[in-house]
Ligand binder design. Structure first.
Ligand SMILES: *Cc1c(COP(=O)(O)O)cnc(C)c1O
Length: 245
């Protein structure tokens, strides 16, 4: 099992590198986040030992439980885990009343889609005396059941947050695109998000939005297309751990 996870991590990295090369990019411009929702702490440990130190959870309660269990594993037995620094990503919808549970440990929140959520992150980050990195989540296809702001609102929200909240670092954009049988079908969404990202960066990167560097897009079925279109973070679950039960 563990061997399989390690092999999958290598395979995903190989494909990321190939996709990056096709776009004239370097493989190390892309961070692989292993999406560990529904996976056991032992499976997570296998991914970390295979060199995947960025872990993504989509629900706060599971995040908190997994983080505690992983710390326990690191301190008791899993020697290899001990020396590895895990960066925790919150990739799912975040309710304001849950921010307090992750504020002291989260590495990057991918799913900020409102001023009020950012306001709560600011308060909790200030209380922990740290600056929390966030991405503005986009819903480029306007899908009803998905959270995220319309692309046209992203720049305004990013500026509003950056202007008001010193303990929040607006680090980039995140997008969830429709599920399609053929990943080519979503290429135009990735490209649109990438062009928006470039425009915001060009306009504000040396001014109001100095940390605007990350573009989180692409999951198991479409991460290669996302990398070709400029993703700097891909979020892969099934491709590393197999189908979710
Ligand atoms: C579950 C999830 C993923 C990973 O999905 P896979 O298809 O298993 O790679 C990526 N991003 C978000 C926001 C998710 O909820």
């Amino acid at each position: 099992m563990n061997k399989e996870i390690a092999e999958n991590v290598l395979e995903v990295r190989r494909r990321i590198a190939a996709a990056a090369a096709r776009a004239g990019r370097r493989a190390d411009e892309v961070t692989l986040v292993a999406v560990t929702k529904t996976r056991s702490p032992e499976q997570m440990a296998a991914a970390v030992e295979a060199g995947c130190c960025d872990l993504g959870e989509n629900r706060v309660q599971e995040y908190v439980e997994k983080r505690e269990k992983t710390q326990y594993l690191a301190e008791n037995g899993e020697k290899n885990l001990k020396n590895l620094k895990i960066k925790w990503h919150l990739i799912g919808h975040l309710q304001r009343n849950k921010v307090k549970y992750i504020a002291d440990s989260v590495g990057l929140i991918h799913s900020v889609d409102s001023f009020r959520l950012a306001e709560e992150i600011e308060a909790r980050a200030a209380a922990c005396d740290r600056r929390i990195e966030i991405l503005i989540q986009l819903n480029p296809a306007g899908e009803e059941q998905k959270s995220g702001v319309a692309p046209a609102e992203a720049e305004g929200l990013a500026l509003e947050i950056a202007g008001r909240f010193p303990h929040v670092a607006v680090t980039g954009l995140m997008a969830v695109v429709p599920v399609a049988d053929d990943p080519e079908a979503v290429r135009s969404y990735f490209r649109e998000v990438r062009e928006l990202f470039d425009a915001i960066q060009a306009q504000h990167g040396s001014g109001a939005l100095p940390w605007m560097k990350q573009l989180s897009m692409g999951m198991t079925h479409d991460y290669e297309v996302a990398v070709e279109e400029g993703a700097t973070i891909v979020r892969v679950g099934t491709g590393i751990f197999g189908p979710r039960g």
